[in-house]
Design a protein around this ligand. Sequence first.
Ligand code: C5P
Length: 426
Amino acid sequence: MTQKTRILLGVTGGIAAYKSPDLVRRLMERGAEVQVVMTESAQRFVSPMSFQAVSGRPARSDLWDGAAEAAMGHIELARWAQIVLIAPASADFMARLASGQADDLLATLCLATEAPIVLAPAMNRVMWANKATQANVETLISRGIRILGPDSGNQACGEVGKGRMWEPVKLADSLLEPPVNAGLMAGLNVLITAGPTRERLDPVRYLTNRSSGKMGFAVAAAAREAGAHVTIVSGPVQLQTPAGVTRINVESARDMYAAVHRQVSDADVFIAAAAVADFQPVTVAKQKIKKQGVAVKLDLEPAPDIIKSVADMAKRPFVVGFAAETNDVEENARAKLKRKKLDMIAANQVGEGIAFDCDENALTVIWPGGKVEVTRGPKLDVARQLIALIASRLPPPDGSPRRGSRKRRTVAALPRDRVRARRARR
Ligand code: C5P
């Protein structure tokens, strides 16, 4: 018989705690053994008896409970866990975790465990968006803690927004499938451009490029999954921001250029997935240009080349471009790689039901001296493979040989080294 995964489920004080007994059942259905640990405020929402009934184990809550400690001390409990899942994770609990407090049993267990910690936040949308909460989230992610959710939607407080705990089934499924590329970019700053830009001609008209932004957003989600701090500078698109990604909305190529250059000094990796307009009107008409039944001449100038401007920086991040080509994909992409001095380029053939406005893509990823074909698949899968390739090509922090040639270093050790070296450089 295969061994059951031992999950320590922490329940903190929030209305979403009413879903946690169901979560216990979903985890057990998937072959897990679950020990529940509640904070004091969680017990105001759900009775410990409900958890005992569904998990078959008394729920623990008190660091000072002599009998429970005698049966399995808190350090033993911390060792017992193979995964620590906190669902719901309240704003208060995340703050306590971020500051390393050990003022109740659950916080103590989180400090004392070597098991991976996963949080499923749930709170009012304003509390979630609060800078203090977001700073705590960033801190926790940079320490390798995985955050699942929150979702957007109706909230118990009557508001609508981001802060709902993921549903138990989604949580159980995601928890038990290993995260893709986990930790591969932990603590790195990744800056991504996505979507089209709009170049205004007059108050009602603009020039643009065909782009849904889906590939850039998928790359942002994949980088985030890999543990990076991700900022996406996006042109006008109809897409939800992936969980945990910071989004800056822009309209024109000029706006995108300015937003990128405000962020780029902090970036370790820059990925330009935006379909930036090639031309911009020299002037924008203040009033609607009237139809006069004759041909109109537009004065256009080249839009700023954002990726090239980043690649030209003296202290530059690792620069990855995209190339959408209709013909001679590889040849054109190689020329672009060289001309724009990129570290890597992801090229794709456009048309044939892939790339534009659709959910699938296929890439030829090229860097000086190497090439990998990423076969056709959902954009998120393709993006995950691209992120793994980027991570494998990132230069080591101290000028030592690339990761592949360093046999002794573990994958887990790499990102932290890199982050430390990057901080030291600043
Ligand atoms: O449009 P083009 O094929 O030259 O795009 C190649 C790469 O350059 C893409 O990564 C795109 O996001 C980037 N680019 C840019 N600024 C431009 C044009 C393209 O960053 N003005």
